[in-house]
Design a protein around this ligand. Structure first.
Ligand code: PLP
Length: 462
């Protein structure tokens, strides 16, 4: 299996290199050259299998032999053993034809753990072969950062720097990033929003002297291995509800477009997904793009679902690459226009995108109303991101079962949940002392040079 860049000029890589590289050297994102298709019988055989077995079968064709089968099974087992639910991703029924896929039973209580725990295991195994050291730098809207720190803390040959927007993550999210005591993890609060943090990380990758000097590696959702790990739960949930014998739909609370892009890959692999619905909060650039045919940024408005407060959805570039007939030069030109504010999507590409994705948005008031109604009718608390998904899904439920991805645990966003219901969700036992732990964080300016100096200095000190 070979991986090519969405901008067409970076070197073609194998799985291991694509995983360790993150962002391609031409500024693009790596995608598999071809997507393997599963037969009806192969998909049917996944029904009822343990999560780890589904993970092995779905991901194996993408590895190109980088890990042996035994090695890969071992890494998968370790990645998910720390989850606090035997099913890993349990399904809960919400209505006659509507289900919730709970993806928040991992160690940091958001779906990011599914990919991050596995990539942590895979990178460790790859580094152990060569004795190499790497520096991971990532931007987070709140949940990626804690998941990355949890996956890599304490490792001898990895330093992890996480940039999060100062004052724009929930207190639980912040504390999850600032309280790990290991010397190899570094929480950096940047003066800016998530898009600024993500842009500075991309700048660091595009500075090749810096990139090679500190051996930069990325674990943001631009990393193909993360998308791949998320493809698994689409197969797991769909086969539990009757696929491949019947089709299902998915609604995905969307920010950086990584999670829903994994659903798109699952569909291309042959999983019968009849609707793939993008759910956005008031930062609705993706919903507008699909409706109006124009991808144009207009500033982030902080919301009660902060992990989706994003304008520039990195992984949308992967969808555009396919929509533009895999023309890297065309994608590179669009991304240039985006830097100047936005672009109009061509008619052909728009038709492809509209044929593939549906979309909807959910306002702040609607988010609170869904959390309140859900609590009244079921006694269960929804996190605000999952509530955005539920609201949009309800507008799209049809004959096929609809599965809404519940992306985080309500206790990560207690203020919003309490505002909606009057009930403050408690942290699960393994995190009960979070508010008593000491915090360690460095406030940093939105300035590339200053950030690079800090990273160099801390890496040299270790
Ligand atoms: C990251 C995140 C999202 C958005 O996922 P993308 O892959 O960036 O689209 C939604 N909800 C929660 C809780 C998240 O942490």
């Amino acid at each position: 299996m070979r991986y090519i860049s969405t901008r067409g000029t970076a070197p073609v890589l194998g799985f291991g290199e694509a995983m360790m590289t993150g962002l391609a050297r031409d500024g693009g994102l790596y995608v598999p050259e071809t997507v393997p298709e599963f037969s009806h019988a192969e998909i049917a055989a996944l029904a009822g299998a343990p999560y780890e077995e589904v993970a092995f079968k779905v991901m194996r064709p993408y590895l190109g032999g980088f890990f042996t089968d035994d090695e890969f099974r071992g890494l998968i087992a370790k990645a998910y053993e720390g989850f606090h639910h035997a099913a890993r991703a349990p399904l809960v029924q919400l209505g006659s034809n509507h289900f919730l896929l709970e993806l928040f039973h991992g160690p940091t209580l958001a779906f990011k753990d599914f990919a991050m725990q596995l990539i942590g295991q895979m990178m460790q195994a790859a580094l152990a072969r060569t004795g190499e050291r790497i520096t991971i730098v990532g931007a987070t809207s709140g949940d990626t950062g804690s998941a990355a720190m949890e996956a890599f803390r304490g490792l001898a040959n990895v330093d992890v720097f996480i940039l999060f927007p100062h004052g724009r993550v929930s207190e639980v999210q912040r504390r999850q990033m600032t309280t790990p005591s290991e010397a190899n993890v570094h929480a950096l609060a940047i003066d800016g929003d998530f898009d600024d943090a993500q842009a500075r990380v991309k700048d660091m990758f595009n500075d090749f002297a810096f990139r090679d000097g500190v051996r930069l590696a990325g674990v943001n959702s631009i990393n193909w291995a993360r998308v791949l790990a998320q493809v698994v739960y689409y197969f797991y949930a769909a086969t539990a509800l009757g696929a491949p014998h019947r089709a299902v739909g998915f609604t995905v609370p969307t920010g950086n477009f990584g999670d829903i892009f994994a659903g798109y890959i699952a569909r291309r692999m042959g999983l019968p997904i009849d609707r793939l619905v993008i759910a956005t909060n008031q930062n609705d650039i993706l919903d507008r793009a699909l409706r109006l045919g124009e991808y144009r940024t207009d500033g982030v408005r902080p919301s009660i679902s902060p992990s989706m407060d994003i304008q520039v959805s990195s992984n949308f570039e992967r969808a555009l690459f396919d929509a533009y007939g895999r023309d890297g030069a065309a994608v590179a030109a669009l991304m240039g226009e985006l830097k100047a504010g936005g672009f109009r999507i061509s008619q052909g590409a728009l038709e492809m995108l509209r044929g593939t994705f549906a979309s909807g948005r959910c306002s702040e008031d609607e988010t609170l109303a869904v959390i309140a109604r859900h609590y009244r009718t079921t006694g269960e608390l929804l996190c605000p991101h999952s509530a955005v998904g539920v609201k949009v899904a309800e507008e799209h439920v049809g004959l096929a079962p609809m599965i809404t991805l519940a992306t985080a645990h309500p206790a990560k966003f207690p203020d919003a949940v309490e505002r909606a219901t009057g009930v403050r969700p408690g942290l699960p036992p393994h995190m009960a002392d979070l508010f008593g732990r000491a915090e360690r964080v460095t406030r940093v300016p939105n300035d590339l040079g200053a950030l690079q100096a800090l990273v160099r200095e801390r890496v040299a000190r270790r």
